[in-house]
Write a protein that binds this ligand. Structure first.
Ligand SMILES: Cc1ncc(COP(=O)(O)O)c(C=O)c1O
Length: 401
């Protein structure tokens, strides 16, 4: 078998797989989605306001134990608005993990601020609080009661931890650092709805947080996002900014530049239906992870992303490390081998400090992210994956041919 046949790389991540294919992570639509969408169409509430938008926001706030939730057109827009709402100014700096999907870093640039890229810790692969603390301690200084980066001269305004792959960041450490240096915390919880840190839901651990409902997330609205906060004034500001900064709805008075970032009622209807199934989805994701974990015990060279004892991970994307010397092939060769069997997998993102768009940004460390990028592979773990499909993936992992 020629597993390096270049044609099999056309098995694109995210693309639909064939009949026999096993996709990486696809939506599960099996609840009230159709009924609620029909309700929107029957009542003519299809656009950016409507009862399902309100219901989605209220349900979401209750679920994440936050006071307010504001729906947005996607997670990136939610991050953009969260940064504006938190008062991040042009030329400020925001500390963000270098091992993440690129969206939060792009959002920092949308507000004309700059990312300082922080390496992840090697155990759970999340933003490394020690790196954050070292950077602030050694490479920044106080001037007029504000903290400035000695190298760039820019003001440090916020920390943006990203809870990657369904597992939370060590937030106690981040919160105490943020308090010490008087910095905002903007949580990117897009991949981790339902995850808990020491029993507390992500999305309520900082000053403001963002979620995504794109197609591969734990729940989906096709595309969508949410901002959560306990700050009433911020929630109102977030809603205002996502609604073209409309100050007077009758006279169409706009006091500042706003954005058309509201989620439609039709998509919110899908969101409400998906929220009804969220706990069941998380339970299934954790079962899938248990099945893989059991199997990996007998496969030398493959290990799973560990779960901290203080964490409840939703196991959004089940991800393994491939040790080439023990397993006999590296992560990319394994990706090819699985692709040949129509099994879709995905490496972790290129670390942001290696991305052309951000190569000139300041980075603290980066070696761990680079190493993880080379060794990690996410395996199929859709909520709807069948036992037969799981067995096929495991069988293919075991048969090291
Ligand atoms: C870590 C992270 N942040 C932000 C986003 C952006 O969300 P969206 O695709 O809804 O804009 C995503 C996912 O797509 C993500 O994985």
């Amino acid at each position: 078998m020629n597993t390096t046949d270049p044609t099999i790389t056309r098995f694109e991540p995210g693309a639909p797989t064939g009949e026999e294919g096993i996709p990486l992570c696809v939506p599960e639509i099996r609840g009230n989605e159709w009924r609620y969408i029909k309700e929107c169409l029957d009542t003519n509430w299809v656009s950016s306001v409507g009862p399902f938008v309100d219901r989605f926001e209220q349900t979401f706030a209750a679920y994440t134990h936050t006071k307010y939730a504001v729906a947005a057109v996607n997670g990136t827009a939610a991050l953009h608005i969260a940064l504006l709402t938190a008062g991040v100014q042009p030329d400020d700096e925001v500390l963000v993990s270098t091992l993440t999907f690129i969206a939060p870093v792009n959002a920092i640039r949308y507000v004309n601020a700059w990312p300082v890229l922080i390496d992840v810790e090697p155990t759970y692969w999340q933003m490394n609080p020690q790196r954050v603390s070292d950077f602030l301690d050694k490479q920044c200084h106080w001037r007029d009661s504000a903290l400035y980066n000695k190298t760039t001269g820019r003001r440090i305004r916020a920390i943006l931890p990203v809870h990657i792959l369904g597992h939370p960041v060590d937030m106690d450490a981040i919160v105490s650092i943020a308090r010490k240096y008087n910095l905002m915390i903007i949580e990117d919880a897009t991949e981790s709805l339902g995850a808990k840190y020491k029993g507390q839901m992500v999305g309520q651990l900082g000053d403001i947080a963002c979620f995504s409902f794109n197609g591969n997330k734990i729940i989906t609205t096709g595309g969508g996002g949410m901002i959560t906060t306990d700050n009433k004034a911020w929630a109102e500001r977030a809603k205002y900014l996502t609604t073209q900064a409309k100050a007077d709805p009758l006279e169409y008075i706009h006091d500042e530049i706003g954005y058309n970032y509201r989620l439609t009622n039709v998509l919110a209807a899908i969101g409400v239906a998906q929220m009804e199934q969220l706990d069941a989805y998380i339970a299934t994701k954790r079962q899938i992870a248990d099945t893989y974990n059991q199997a990996l015990q007998d496969i030398p060279g493959l290990t799973q992303q560990p779960e901290a004892e203080w964490a409840f991970s939703i196991k959004w994307l089940y991800t393994i490390l491939v040790d080439e010397t023990q397993y006999g092939m590296d992560s990319r060769a394994l990706l090819q081998k699985l692709a040949y069997k129509q099994i879709q997998t995905r490496p972790l993102w290129q670390p942001i400090h290696q991305s052309k768009a951000y190569v000139n940004c300041q980075v603290c460390g980066g070696e761990v992210a680079t190493w993880l990028n080379r060794h990690a592979l996410s395996l199929p773990c859709s909520v709807g994956i069948t036992q037969k499909q799981l067995s096929k993936v495991i069988e293919t992992l075991i048969r090291n041919e």
